[in-house]
Design a protein around this ligand. Structure first.
Ligand code: KG4
Ligand code: ZN
Length: 353
């Protein structure tokens, strides 16, 4: 069964065709970095306009790359769309496209939660990967129950997952999302946007212990997160307590050291929360997804958790950590299997439910 997945929740326009919830036949993603970088963050109105301009072409390319003739009847078996959570204008563009195609092709429309789809990304097969990646997708029993952590620009959420469509929230950020903290720290360091990849590049060769930054763990049993303290600590370190120091430069602040220390502090917090979650829920498996899961240092730390403590860590390949249509199509397949389809009255839900 082939499903077209459409992703427009924030600033990436994504369309993909995925077969049987696992095999990626195509996955086209167009980011809008050049449009937003001079503002240092995503401007919602610009994002939705940009989606309108390209969404049709991105879908056409996804079908073409998958070797599907759009005139065939029907080209795909269903259309899945991320209708929540996200920027309202951006969500509306993807939903309008999905509804139009589902109506024109007379195929089911499936509404997908973007955050849950980040968890699903861990079980997708990469093109050319063959059968190996399909184990996880095919046998839900071997994956669940598991702890799931979504770390992105908009979310830092920890769940107990009983299935790809069944996630119970255990903890959430009380202020900034972790990706947002990366973006803000990068802006303070003058490293540009998006901040995650910029910090990661700047951190190479830096001393991870050079700068003392806080690890906010909250109460000893808390599974919630807080990243505003670390962002403020970076600001004070770079600009001085009174905020008067000029922009960072090599004499005042060693940027590589700050970036490396920042990555290290964030990873410490995430690993500790994973440990707490696993222990409290008596689990030995964790699924990690979202843009920040592309961070190399964090991936190394997760590898250590796997090798030193025997935890089963599932994490998507780099290109499936950030927003994409394949994760939407994949989870859409699971929802379709469960009979979860929507009619044309489907609406967007900008806020997390
Ligand atoms: O999942 P995503 O593409 O969009 C949301 O759902 O928010 O995540 C985007 C976030 C941004 O904050 C970006 O800075 C961060 O993921 N990010 C990274 C890396 N690549 C992207 N953070 C740390 N290291 C990276 N390599
Ligand atoms: Zn995302």
């Amino acid at each position: 069964m082939r499903i077209l997945g459409i992703e427009t929740t924030c600033d990436e326009t994504g369309a993909a065709v995925v077969e049987d919830g696992a095999r990626i036949l195509s996955n086209i993603v167009l980011d809008q970095i050049p449009l937003h970088e001079r503002f240092g963050g995503v401007v919602p109105e610009i994002a939705s306009r940009a989606h309108v301009q390209v969404v049709t072409r991105i879908i056409e390319r996804a079908l073409a790359r998958a070797g599907i003739d759009p005139a065939s009847e029907p080209p795909v078996d269903a259309v899945a769309v991320a209708n929540r959570p996200g920027l309202v204008g951006s969500l509306l563009v993807g939903l309008a496209a999905a509804k139009s195609l589902a109506l024109a092709w007379d195929v089911p429309l499936v509404a997908v939660d973007h955050v849950h789809a980040h968890i699903y990304a861990s079980c997708l097969e990469r093109p050319g990967q063959g059968e190996s990646g399909s184990d996880d997708a095919g046998s839900a029993g071997s994956v669940f129950p598991a702890l799931s952590l979504v770390i992105s620009g908009g979310h830092t959420s920890l769940y107990r997952s009983e299935g790809w469509t069944r996630h119970v929230l255990l903890g959430n950020t009380l202020d900034d999302a972790v990706g947002e903290a990366f973006d803000k720290a990068a802006a303070i360091l003058g490293l540009g946007y998006p901040g995650g990849p910029a910090i990661s590049r700047a951190a190479s060769g830096g001393n991870r212990r050079a700068v003392k930054l806080p690890r906010t763990l909250l109460d000893s049993d808390s599974l919630d997160f807080s990243f505003s303290g670390i962002k403020t600590a970076v600001l004070y370190h770079v600009k001085g307590q009174d905020g008067r120091r000029a922009s960072p430069n090599r004499e005042d602040v060693e940027i590589a050291d700050v970036a490396a220390s920042f990555e290290s502090a964030v990873a410490d917090v995430l690993i500790e929360k994973i440990r707490r979650g696993l222990s409290r829920e008596r689990l030995d498996r964790v699924i990690v997804g979202g843009g920040v899961a592309a961070n190399r240092h964090l991936r190394e730390r997760l590898d250590e958790l796997r090798s030193a403590e025997g935890i089963d860590v599932r994490i998507p390949p780099f290109e499936l950590c950030t927003d994409n249509g394949a994760m939407i199509a994949g989870l859409g397949f699971r929802l379709l299997e469960e009979g979860s389809t929507s009619d044309l009255s489907l609406e967007v839900q900008p806020l997390t439910t």
